[in-house]
Design a protein around this ligand. Sequence first.
Ligand SMILES: *Cc1c(COP(=O)(O)O)cnc(C)c1O
Length: 374
Amino acid sequence: MIKFLDLKKINEQYETAFQTKLKSVLENSWYILGKEVTAFENNFAFYCGTKHCVGVGNGFDALVLIFKAYIQLGKLQKGDEVIVPANTYIASILAILEADLIPVQVEPKLETYNINPNLILEKITSKTRAILVVHLYGQLAEMDEINVIAHQNNLLVIEDAAQAHGAILVESQKSKVESKKSGNLSNAAAFSFYPGKNLGALGDGGAVTTNDGELAKIIQSLRNYGSETKYQNEYIGVNSRLDELQAAFLNQKLPSLDAENDKRRTIAKRYLAEIKNDKIQLPVWDYSQNHVFHLFVIRTENRDELQQYLLENGIQTMIHYPIPSHKQKAFSNWNNLSFPITERIHNEVLSLPMSPVMTGDEVSFVIEKMNLWI
Ligand SMILES: *Cc1c(COP(=O)(O)O)cnc(C)c1O
C-alpha cells in the first residue's frame, strides 16, 4: 500500500534527536514558555525573514489571535468584513467568525485553486477591513496583485500560511526587490504545525509571524491570558501557548524543511511531466519556489471512481475538501449561496500521495496507474 502520507516514516528520521530533546526538557523541568519556545520563535522568525514570531497553541488560534490583536489595536472592529477564498479549509472561515468578524467569500481560480484577485474588488464594501489570503495546498496566492488592491483600499492583509511553510515569492530578475517567504508577505501570518503539515509537530502547534512589533507584543500577551507580568492582565486573553516539548521537536525539524520541500517539488515535477491522461487535469505551477506541495491536487470529473480505482491498486488518496464551507450543515444560512467554481473544485479534486519520504519507485507506480486509468 502506498500511503497518502507516511508520518511514521517522516518522524522516525528524527527519533534519536527527539529523545535527546525530551531528555533536555525533562532535565530543565521548565514546561511552559521555556527556552525551546523562545528558541523556536527566534529560529522561525529568522527562517521566514520576519522581525517577530509568537508561538501559539495551533493554526486556528494563530488566526484568531491576529484578528483579536488587531481589534485591541483599533484596526479592526466587531462586525467588520474580511475577504476570504470560498474554497479554503473551514478553519480560515471559523477563525474570522471566532473574532466576531464577518467572512465574505470570493471564488478561486480553477487552475491554481487560489483566490482570484480580479474578483476581490467587487466584494469590497464600506465595512471591508481585511483580506485573509490562503496559500492553499502550499502554493502562494497572487500576493503582488492582492497587496496592491489592499493598499488602494486601505485593507489589512493576513496570510493563512498553514499549508505553505517555506514557499518563496521570487521577484522578477530585474526588480531589486528581494525574494520573500510565506509569513513575510503581508501584515501578519498564521502557521500551523499540525503533524501532517510540511513542518509538523508531534501534536498541536502554531505560530504568528509579523514585522509589526506592537501586534506581536499584544499576541504574546493574548496567548497567555492577556498577561505579560504574572497575575497582571492587560487584555481579555486566552490560553494558547506553543507547547515547550513541541517547540523542542520543531527546533529539531526546522533545519530540514527546505530540503523536504525540495523533495516534494521533485515529486511534483515527475507527476507533472509523466502523468498523461486526458481525463485528468494537473495543477498549474510556474516551477518557481512559490509552491511547497503540501498537497498535489488533480481534478477529474469522475473523482470518486478514480479514488476507488487507485485504492484497488494499493494507492491511498485523500479529498481536500469534499464539502465547501458554505454547504456545511454548520452554516445552514449560507447553504443557498452559489460559488460554482468552488463547488466544482470540491466535486473534482483528489490529492495524490505526496511526502518527502516517498521513494522513486512509489512515484513511478502512482504515475503508471494514473496513466492506465480509463
Ligand atoms: C491546518 C490548517 C489550519 C488550522 O491549523 P490547526 O493547527 O489545525 O488549527 C488553518 N488553515 C489552513 C488552510 C489549514 O490547512
